[in-house]
Design a protein around this ligand. Structure first.
Ligand code: IPD
Ligand code: CA
Length: 264
């Protein structure tokens, strides 16, 4: 077994346990804990509790690793491995009782900067569907025991996913981007969970995905899933405040970059 597959198996086991906790808490009723960057950007008590569970399990299994999660202060490690964690991606769906939410856990080498890290392993677990997407560097991407591959050509147009940030001031710009991309699309989905959008690209349930302003924990595991499923992932405009993430099979990825590359 390689380091990457060991990290993947640990991420998978913890993602399942964490997802189970999120699902249970959801059934008991959601309690808002706070709002963050804007009134639409919420955190529930479950987000915090689930992140604590993930951090405890990782600390017990790999005490020297760093931790970089959405709901807590980052901690540096001494092994070179950092865990990048979104305890509940799709928190607004979660709060509304919509099943598109997931636990996302990735292990990276090289710290908390997506431009510098090398993703080693990742797991995205969607409790409501009981679906576990996993990947280990150079060992492929999987949904359960089924190996994943991105879609190739899209003769009927590409089925694309996207998302919008929480700050209303950014909506006009994001909608203008959607308008430019639409001519290549057969349709557009906005699921509310970037981690699941990327998992769906890996699984061929979407042909491509683009979104500006994601945080590292939104895409750490999902981007590895896409590349291990034979797809391509780029971050455009990394010097700008809201870099654009583009993912898809090569053809769709390249076409999206061609259409919106000049915006970043
Ligand atoms: C959000 C989701 C959403 C995306 C937002 C993210 P959160 O994460 O991934 O799909 O459009 O940009 O912030 O807040 O639910 O963890
Ligand atoms: Ca998120």
């Amino acid at each position: 077994m390689s380091v990457e597959t060991e990290l993947r198996d640990l991420a998978s086991e913890i993602a399942r346990e964490a997802g189970e906790l999120a699902r249970r808490r959801r059934a008991e009723g959601v309690h808002l804990a706070a709002t963050k960057s804007s009134i639409a950007d919420i955190v529930t008590e479950a987000d915090r509790e689930v992140e604590e569970l993930i951090q405890d399990r990782l600390r017990a299994a790999r005490p020297g690793d760093g931790f970089f999660g959405e709901e807590s202060e980052p901690t540096a490690g001494e092994t070179g491995v950092t865990w990048v964690v979104d305890p509940i991606d799709g928190t607004v769906n979660y709060a509304y009782g919509t099943p598109m939410y997931a636990v996302s856990i990735a292990a990276v080498r090289g710290g908390a900067d997506p431009d510098r890290w090398q993703a080693l392993a990742g797991a995205v677990y969607a409790p409501a569907a009981d679906e576990l997407f996993t990947a280990a560097r150079e060992h492929g991407a999987w949904l359960g025991d089924q190996r994943l591959a991105v879609n190739g050509s899209t003769p009927a147009g590409a089925l694309l996913g996207t998302g919008f940030g929480y700050d209303p001031a950014t909506h006009d710009g994001d909608l203008a981007t959607v308008r430019r991309v639409m001519p290549m699309a057969r349709d557009l989905r906005r699921s509310g969970s970037a981690a699941l959008d990327l998992s769906y690209v890996a699984a061929g349930r979407l042909d491509g995905y683009f979104e500006r302003g994601l945080k590292p924990w939104d895409h750490a595991a999902g981007a590895l899933l896409v590349s291990e499923a034979g797809g391509r992932v780029s971050r455009l405009g990394t010097a700008a405040p809201r870099p654009m993430l583009v993912a898809g099979g090569t053809e769709v990825h390249d076409r999206i970059c061609e259409i919106i590359g000049d915006e970043t």
